[in-house]
Design a protein around this ligand. Structure first.
Ligand code: SF4
Length: 212
């Protein structure tokens, strides 16, 4: 992506951010009430191979502080990414660590970081697509929801949408491209780089280094 494309993308994201900031919880809450939702505490969204929770750097830091864990004990890079010619692996996201097929924080049938869980977990099964309410599969949908609870979810959904766009803008502003190519026998020998809203987090030999 050249500088012109980067500038255009940032302008688009700023437009999306303005739209997100104009969203009001009232109509969103009414839509949530219409769909209906009650969490059954079944834990299905916290376990199983489909469990993959996107988490932002600011959320990782909060969970680290709350749980007394190091960054790489909380989150790691996903498997999807691209290879650099020097054998480095590059990705743009962090995911919560798993223990087998479950989120590592799903313990004894409950979330052990409930008060500090990521925005994605706070709003599941709902998400916004440019202000449009969408939802993932969930057995709790279609059940009566208290209006106050629907409004609470609507507020967090708006805050999640704003955070997602702000994170994308910060990433675009500081992203540094790399020399792509399949390094074949050097695969994995150049460490892992996660490009995120804080700069570049490099993982080398299991250790985390941050360069902004
Ligand atoms: S952080 Fe908590 S709510 Fe989110 S997937 Fe893990 S156990 Fe479930």
């Amino acid at each position: 992506m050249d500088e012109v494309e980067r500038g255009l993308r940032i302008a688009e994201l700023n437009e999306e951010l303005s739209e997100a900031k104009r969203l009001t919880p009232i109509s969103l809450a009414a839509r949530i009430e219409e769909l209906g939702f009650s969490c059954l505490r079944c834990g299905e969204c916290c376990r199983g191979e489909d469990n993959s929770v996107l988490v932002f750097p600011r959320e990782v830091r909060r969970i680290c502080a709350a749980a007394g864990l190091a960054w790489l004990e909380v989150a790691g890079p996903p498997e999807d990414g691209e290879w650099g010619r020097d054998g480095s692996f590059h990705t743009l996201e962090w995911r919560l660590k798993k223990d087998g097929e479950s989120c590592r924080f799903y313990q004894e049938g409950r979330c052990s970081i409930y008060m500090d869980r990521p925005l994605l977990c706070r709003t599941y099964p709902f998400y916004l697509d440019r202000g449009e309410l969408m939802h993932s599969e969930c057995r709790g949908l279609g059940r009566r929801i208290d209006p106050g609870e629907a409004e609470k979810i609507a507020k967090v959904l708006i805050s999640r949408q704003i955070t997602e766009i702000e994170e994308a803008i910060s990433l675009m502003e500081i992203y540094q491209d790399f020399d792509r190519g399949d390094p074949e026998e050097r695969r994995g020998k150049g460490g892992i780089t996660v490009h995120d809203s804080e700069g570049e987090h490099r993982i080398v030999g299991g250790e985390l280094r941050i360069s902004e």
